[in-house]
Design a protein around this ligand. Structure first.
Ligand code: CA
Ligand code: CA
Length: 136
């Protein structure tokens, strides 16, 4: 679900695109061999572009909220996630800022450092994301 990816893109810590996909019961696009770093970046970029309603290269909180509303349930914390993504707190989350959190998670999850998250590594991301959501 592409919109689920957007939710992930808006958070600096809570989830990754592949985690969102696994949460929806869908395999990552690159399954069964895993999702590459490049593919993850491409998905986040695509979701970002869709959320950037006025196309100015940054997401405002309003744009993030609107995108989160399209996702529906599970997007309650969009505001908090946006604040986390907006690293310099200027009210605009650039693509680089939006990308930073998920890609940090990706790299952390890529235990064997081959630039690809295998299913087992994806499950580890899911667990970490779940803990972050429930633990605040
Ligand atoms: Ca914008
Ligand atoms: Ca790996």
């Amino acid at each position: 679900m592409k919109n689920a990816i957007l939710l992930a893109a808006l958070t600096a810590a809570a989830a990754t695109p592949l985690a969102a996909q696994v949460a929806k019961g869908r395999p990552a696009p690159a399954a069964p061999t895993g999702i590459t770093r490049q593919a993850a970046q491409a998905q986040i970029t695509a979701a970002f572009r869709r959320a950037d309603a006025n196309g100015d290269g940054a997401l405002t909180r309003a744009e993030a909220d609107a995108a989160a509303r399209r996702i529906g349930p599970g997007a309650r914390d969009a505001g908090a996630m946006f604040d986390r993504a907006d690293a310099d707190g200027n009210g605009r989350a650039t693509l680089a800022e939006t990308m930073a959190g998920p890609m940090t998670l990706f790299d952390r999850a890529d235990r064997n450092r081959d630039g690809r998250l295998e299913p087992a590594e994806q499950r580890a991301v899911m667990d970490a994301a779940r803990k972050m959501r429930t633990g605040g």
